[in-house]
Design a protein around this ligand. Structure first.
Ligand code: MHO
Length: 202
């Protein structure tokens, strides 16, 4: 796992963060994913003491392989942008800079224009993100029998930041192309019990 020199980061709120963690993690060009809390003012939020924050996914990506617009497309297609509900699950783009802010606003306007509906999803500027508790990171993989425990043990502290773990987290949730899955699996040395459990799910 050699990370590229140049990466950029995007931050999105799009409902419960377990789902987008897996969806983005399966994408080629994504280097790292993390889930956390952002978009509010309460100091030190946590899952059970969220205050006015929202669940978010942070996607670190190789800008030679993916553009911010590519991620925005996935974002807008995979959350419910016409409805409002609990602030914990609101749709929000938290822009890291002015270019992201403008790109997100442009897409929002284009979507409203194309559909004739108004978007409840907001575009805001990112301030702080608080990393969510360990058990929420790569949730899909962690909660996969056999595989979750084995990979958590194998990667230890590196679990959350591993590109491979991000991919597997996406693959067990049903994302990714078969050829890409095989390519990633071929690079891993895993016990047969884990491999067969993964193959059963892919
Ligand atoms: N309703 C979901 C929410 C989890 S997400 C981290 C559940 O508890 O299964 O908010």
């Amino acid at each position: 796992e050699i990370p590229p020199d140049e990466t950029e980061t995007a931050t999105f709120g799009m409902g419960c963060f377990w789902g987008p963690d897996a969806r983005f993690g399966a994408m080629k060009g994504v280097v790292r994913t993390r889930v956390g809390y952002a978009g509010g003012t309460k100091p030190n939020p946590s899952y059970y003491s969220l205050g006015d924050h929202t669940e978010v996914v942070q996607v670190e990506y190789d800008s030679d392989e993916l553009t911010y617009d590519d991620l925005l497309e996935v974002f807008w297609e995979n959350h419910s942008w016409t409805s409002t509900g609990k602030r914990q699950y609101r749709g929000v783009v938290l822009a890291h800079d002015e270019a992201q802010y403008e790109a997100a606003e442009r897409r929002r306007a284009a979507l409203e224009e194309r559909t004739g509906r108004s978007a409840m999803t907001e575009v805001e500027r990112l301030e702080d993100v608080t990393l969510a508790e360990e058990y929420h990171q790569k949730y899909e993989l962690r909660s996969t029998p056999v595989v979750g425990d084995e990979l958590a043990a194998e990667y230890g502290e590196g679990f959350v930041d591993s590109t491979t773990v991000a991919r597997l987290n996406g693959f067990v949730a049903g994302h990714g192309e078969p050829a890409h899955r095989d390519e990633v699996l071929a690079t891993l040395e895993l016990p047969p019990s884990v491999l067969s459990e993964l193959r059963r799910r892919f």
